[in-house]
Design a protein around this ligand. Structure first.
Ligand code: PBG
Length: 330
């Protein structure tokens, strides 16, 4: 007779037949590097904005725990309409990449490529009607596409010059992967990889991140470039375009509410490297419930991360990376 409980009888049997693995090497830890002072992020307990030297120390600790990579975001000293701090040779992320590469040469360094933390309006690109740019056919405040591409490419090249192994464009500007690939190759960085935030949704779950990175839009929202929550087929088109433009990995973001999209991505692109971003709001929800005494942090977090792997993700970007790496050690 069929009794599916038989294989669940002992811990050993359960481990033997577990279908999904979760290891520290699959995890990427985001770090917020600031030009200012060290500061806790209120809506993300356990996450801090770190000055460069502290970020390098944190990267060392993450590497020692076996975490696969860090993903760097910058909080610059000053912002302007063009986000010029994003591509400054001595910008905050460029400094952090150099410091981390020097401190922990074997750790993989990924950089987020976007403008929203560097523009004084908080948008991910150049905005119509600002900084002397005006395209009368498009609405005032619209995030301009092709005018932004050149800046994104410039940011990626400065990150590569600082020593980034991987750049991760997150602006959802059409053509960003191709523009970055062309610019990297022309600058002698054909070996630098691109992890594309290919299917990034216009999500409410980025709220706490915008506190952490100080990149909330001053007016409007990101609906003109980030994907609509109701669409999954469109995500497959986004992935296909980015692969054709030279993306080395695809991404689905956020994670928890989008595991159907992760699964579909795995089925449609069986050979692709797929990352999922367990975003700030997902982290904040767990932390809040843990603080209230309603959830066990270790069990619920490892369950969420395992579910992301089970859905088909190779790589998980998560604010729980350090804790999870510790827990996975035993
Ligand atoms: C944009 C960017 C965002 C996140 C990662 N890169 C915010 C946004 O698009 O508004 C969100 C990550 C998170 O919520 O954890 N540079």
């Amino acid at each position: 007779m069929i009794r599916l409980r038989r294989l669940r009888t002992t811990t050993g049997l359960r481990a033997l037949v577990r279908e999904t693995s979760l290891e520290a090497s699959h995890l990427v830890a985001p770090l917020f590097v600031t030009a200012g002072a060290r500061r806790e992020v209120a809506s993300m307990p356990g996450v801090e904005q770190l000055p460069v030297a502290d970020a390098a120390r944190e990267a060392e600790a993450l590497h020692a725990l076996g975490v696969g990579a860090v993903l760097l975001f910058g909080i610059p000293a000053a912002k302007d309409a063009r986000g010029s701090g994003a591509w400054a040779a001595d910008g905050i992320v460029q400094q952090a990449v150099r410091a981390i590469r020097a401190a922990v040469p074997d750790l993989t360094v990924i950089t987020d490529v976007c403008l929203c933390e560097y523009t004084n309006h908080g948008h991910c690109g150049l905005v119509n009607g600002r900084d002397g740019i005006s395209v009368p056919e498009l609405p005032d405040g619209y995030v301009l596409n092709d005018q932004t591409l050149e800046l994104l490419a410039r940011i990626a090249v400065t990150h590569a010059q600082a020593g980034a192994h991987v750049v991760a464009p997150s602006a959802m500007i059409d053509g960003q992967v191709g523009a970055i690939r062309t610019a990297l190759d022309a600058a002698g960085f054909a070996h630098v990889s691109i992890f594309s935030y290919s299917a990034k949704y216009a999500s409410a779950f980025y709220g706490p991140f915008r506190d952490a990175a100080e990149g909330a839009p001053l007016f409007g929202d990101r609906a003109s470039h980030q994907m609509d929550v109701g669409n999954a087929r469109e995500a497959m088109r986004e992935h296909a375009v980015d692969l054709a433009e030279g993306a080395d990995a695809l991404m689905v973001k956020p994670g928890l509410a989008y595991l159907d999209v992760v699964r579909e991505t795995r089925q449609r692109f069986p050979d692709a490297v797929i990352a999922v971003y367990n975003v700030s709001g997902e982290y904040a929800m767990v932390k809040a419930a843990v603080r209230a005494g309603w959830l066990d942090e270790r069990r619920s977090t490892l369950e969420i991360l395992t579910a992301m792997r089970r859905a088909g993700a190779d790589i998980i970007i998560t604010y729980h990376a350090k804790d999870a790496a510790r827990w996975l050690r035993g």
